[in-house]
Structures are given as C-alpha cells and as structure tokens.
Design a protein around this ligand. Structure first.
Ligand code: DHB
Ligand code: MG
Length: 245
C-alpha cells in the first residue's frame, strides 16, 4: 500500500461537490495539518453555533503564504468570524508584526477573542468590534495604516465600500485579497445582482468587480476555486507603485 493510500477513497466520488471535498481532504491531509489551536478554533466556533463558513485549511495556509510572499508585517482583516483565518494570517507575521481584525457581531467576536488567546496571539492581534463601515474610518482617522496586506471577508454587500476604505489604508505594494467573489457562479445571474434583485450580497460583489475594474490604483485578478466550500473564489489586487491615495 502506498504511504498515502489511506487518505484516498478507493474510488473517487463522482465529479461534483463531493469530489471537490475529497480532493481538499487529500491535499489537507498531506500538506496542511492543523495543530491544536486551529482545531480548537474550528471546534469552539462550531460549538458556539457560528456559521460554518471559515476558510478551509488549505485556503488558510494559502493566505499565510500570500502574507509571507509580500513579507507582511501588518495585516488588516475585515470579518473575523471565529478567528480561524486570523490565526493563519497572524502566524505568518514576523515577531514584530501585528494584525487588526474587524468583526461586526459581538457574539462572534467573543468566540474569536478566546480562540486568539488560546492560540497565544493576543499580543499580536487587535480585535475591534463594530460595523466595518464604522470602524474603517476610525482606523483611517487614527492613521493605523498603511497595512501590507488586507483580507476582506465580511458581509459581501458592503464590498464596494470595503475596497474604498482598504485603499485608504494601503500603500503601493499592499496586497488586497477578497474572499467569496464567485458564490457558485451566482455573480452571473441578473435575478440575483440587479438593484432590486434577490441577493444584496451578490449585488455587492458585482459592484465590487466594477469598481475594481475601473480602479487605476490597482492591478487585479480573480480566480475561481472549488473545494469543501463549494465553488467560490478570491480576488487579488496589488496597489500600484504610481498610485496616490
Ligand atoms: C458566506 C460568507 C463567507 O465569508 C464565506 O466564505 C462563505 C459563505 C456567507 O455569508 O454565506
Ligand atoms: Mg469568506
């Protein structure tokens, strides 16, 4: 038996969500073992009834690799949830690095704060509770930026505003990563994204894409992903060297 055979189903599931999930399990088993702090964060979030929408282990590690690729010393995260991605990102920072994470839901923030403490990251992570569109202007007023990396993973309907505020907290070279920009392809459905449409989050993602496309201060792309969380994607943008805020 090959050393990794136990991780692979005898026959792969039929193409589709179950297969994407099995492939995630395979890759995570080999490349992305979760330690106690990450497992605890996931379990505590589940026990507290938080929605099961945190990034997957391989996505968390990808975010950590992004942070290291840009040698991030400061990271801003919008949407803490239970701090699962926060832990991945904060661990990618050097000794003197710091991370600010914003969470609108006080109950989520309480769970997150305990998870951050259990991961031994309380000194490096500043968790601020409040609506992003309220706390982001505070950060600008406090001159908290510029951040080296910004991860946008909050309520999607406000993504256009989050992009604008993120740019105010950036410098040339800042990496902006935005989660959930595909949503099972629903971003292509006018019934969802029209101003009077079914889903303000999808409308927010569409307006975010339009802003990004028209934004001269960044170079951007977006990529679809499949996996344990279905079909979704990341948008990535780097603030240009000649950008002026
Ligand atoms: C949802 C939000 C997320 O950030 C995510 O990664 C998946 C789903 C949601 O609100 O449904
Ligand atoms: Mg997300």
């Amino acid at each position: 038996m090959a050393p990794d055979a136990h991780r692979t189903p005898l026959a792969p599931p039929a193409a589709g969500a179950e297969l994407w999930s099995a492939v995630d399990d395979y890759m995570n088993g080999l490349l992305v073992p979760e330690d106690e702090a990450l497992l605890n964060a996931r379990r505590a979030s589940e026990d507290a009834g938080l929605p099961p929408i945190a990034v997957t282990p391989n996505q968390g590690k990808l975010l950590a690799l992004f942070a290291r690729m840009v040698s991030a010393r400061s990271i801003l995260e919008l949407g803490t949830l239970g701090a699962y991605s926060t832990i991945w990102l904060a661990r990618a920072l050097p000794e003197d690095g710091w991370l600010v994470t914003l969470e609108a839901n006080p109950r989520f923030a309480e769970v997150a704060r305990a998870n951050i403490a259990r991961a031994g990251l309380s000194e490096r992570v500043l968790l601020r509770v409040g609506e992003g569109l309220h706390t982001l202007p505070e950060l600008v007023a406090e001159e908290a930026g510029p951040f080296d990396m910004i991860f946008v993973d909050a309520d999607k309907k406000n993504n256009p505003g989050y992009l604008q505020w993120s740019l105010k907290l950036s410098r040339p070279g800042t990496l902006i990563v935005v989660d959930n920009v595909v949503r099972d392809g629903r971003i292509l459905d006018p019934a969802e994204y029209r101003p009077d449409g079914a889903d303000p989050d999808i409308a927010g993602i569409r307006r975010f894409f339009q802003l990004l496309a028209a934004e001269p201060r960044v170079d951007a792309s977006a990529i679809q992903m499949v996996g344990a969380k279905g079909h979704d994607g990341f948008a990535l943008a780097i603030v240009r060297a000649d950008a002026s805020a």
